[in-house]
Design a protein around this ligand. Sequence first.
Ligand code: LLP
Length: 433
Amino acid sequence: MFNSENLSVNEQNHLTIGNHDTVELAKEFGTPLYVLDEDLMRKNCRSYKEALDKYYGGNGLILFASKALCTMHTAKVTEEEGLGADVVSGGELYTLHKADFPMEKVFFHGNNKTYDEIELAIKLGVGHIVVDNRYELDLVNEIAKSYGIIQKILFRIKPGIDAHTHDFIKTGQIDSKFGVALENGEAIQIHQYALTLPNIQIDGVHCHIGSQIFDVEPFCEAANVMLNFISDLYDSLSLKIKILNLGGGFGIKYSSEDDPLPVSVYIEKVAEAVKAFALEKGIKPPFLVFEPGRSIAASAGITLYTVGCVKEIENVRTYVSVDGGMSDNPRYILYGAKYSAVVANNASAEPIAPITIAGKCCESGDLIQENIMMPEVKVGDTLAVLATGAYNYSMASNYNRIPRPPIVAVRGDEKKVIVKRESYEDIIRNDII
Ligand code: LLP
């Protein structure tokens, strides 16, 4: 009935997540509320790991892309499931460090890492820095030298594959702000230069072709391009590349229109492609890294709101306003992202009319979804928006000085606040009059 296997309806006709009644959760913790099904998040981690074991002999590592959901608790969860992590900022790195995440399993990304961030990464002993450009390469070398270490790196490569949902074309990516290009020789040159730097050790190459991608072909194609490049690096510079990091990007089901393949199929197909291309080029299959974010966290999360005003504009539309909005979920206003919603206290009701779910921010575009078919929605109802586990909390803001909602993690019969609700005091804590 719902997009995600962990959602159901109980005898009270309430939406449940795992073993928990969402209406009760809303009562106990207040709304807006992010609920994270930790069991499902763990299961998603395991699906990746098991697939990599099965189809690639475990010769690799799954990293959770912290940008999708970064908290100390989720860092702990992914660590316990045996994953590494991808971070893109000092803040994400610090969060993981404070959660005692093993730093050797961290890959540090970003197109403009600052001196301080690189220094923090080196001080904390981050396993790999994914170097974006020559300026950064020099900085990493310099800072590594001052700490008397040799820093292991990968280079971020633009594989020239522009992947979109249901569509991909093989051009143009040279204008991406991330990484170095293959077409113009930039990628080879930066490797050649890095070989002259005493405090740099090149371990691998990385690419990331996009996000919410359903087709497996662009990933296989990226793998092909990258293995070609690995082979070129050996031929031209005698450089042996150990690690191939193919990034994240596997799509998930937000609405009935989405039809993602199971994770195991993605991994199987890409792993098979990597093995076949490696064989063809006569190189050893590299240590294979994937960095899923959305496909681990999104389906595990929902957001609960309380419905306030319902405004019917005859022959135009009906606005159902909730006590959150773009401040906790900016994905509709940013990307026109699709979501499914459920009246949590009347969960099996049939849709009868289109409604627009609006937030409470002072901005007309502050919508969660427009004209989606829903059952009757009344003041005081609990509205659940599904699959909000990724890129919601992590992209939330205090726009209009709205405090960010808490996250409650449920696991079996247990429930635990893993991020507290912000208070008005939190909102002003850095203000100085
Ligand atoms: N690795 C790298 C280098 C990335 O840039 C990303 C996402 C990932 C891994 C994880 O991709 P995923 O498996 O989550 O698709 N805010 C946007 C998504 C931006 C993704 C940016 N990079 C959204 O809400 O849809």
